[in-house]
Design a protein around this ligand. Sequence first.
Ligand SMILES: N[C@@H](CCC(=O)N[C@@H](CS)C(=O)NCC(=O)O)C(=O)O
Length: 243
Amino acid sequence: MDLWTAASPNGWKVSIMLEELKEAGIELPEVEVKNLSLMDGDQFCDEFTAVNPNQKIPGLVDGDVRIMESCAILQYLGEKFPSPLLPDGDMRWQVVSWLTWQAAGLGPTLGNKLSYTRYMEDVPAEQKSHPLTRFNNEAQRLYRVLNKQLEGQDYVCGDQFTIADIAIYPWVRAWKWQKVDITGHHNVMAWLERVRARPGVERGVKYCVPPEEAHQWSEERKRQVARAGATIASNANIQSAGK
Ligand SMILES: N[C@@H](CCC(=O)N[C@@H](CS)C(=O)NCC(=O)O)C(=O)O
């Protein structure tokens, strides 16, 4: 299998899935990880466009099968390698529902919130006040929904960790970066720690940084952190919130 990816939330979903499958005792075929540099526009190259005409990571090639969209890839891997990560029967529809909730709601909303908050800092406030308010309110609403869903259970679809958790986690772990204060959502905060502590998850989020690219990655990360530091410092509430 070839996995086309990058160190970003939608990419981490798939690498977490591969590591969690190993944790579930599945013997996977060899996976070649093809790291793209999104900053350099690698996602627009012909070879990747043939895998994913939408030109966004991740993409997976398994023999003649080419799959785009991170949640479709999670479902594909879940079906190809049966495990509790994609349960059978009625529970499967619970999992697919929350998977789709992430793909259609949480991901796009947090992506937009992030974009207006972080990547358009030079745009005057009056020009972005409508989208900022809209995506901030919707982000808060979705976090409330998630908090309610997690009441009295360890994971999104009950007491079993599934691909629904895998899809949601890489976005929620970046709540400080999104500048959405979720510290009042105690179920979400506890779930974050629970998921973060899983060895497969811990390995999965480190996946996309092969040693030969580590230098380039760390230089870019340093620039991102420098930019974020300046902004985070102006928001004591978020800054003091525990990760
Ligand atoms: N709905 C898609 C979203 C994929 C996506 O937005 N990927 C981002 C990285 S997280 C990307 O490739 N961005 C590069 C670009 O927009 O040019 C999925 O879940 O796979």
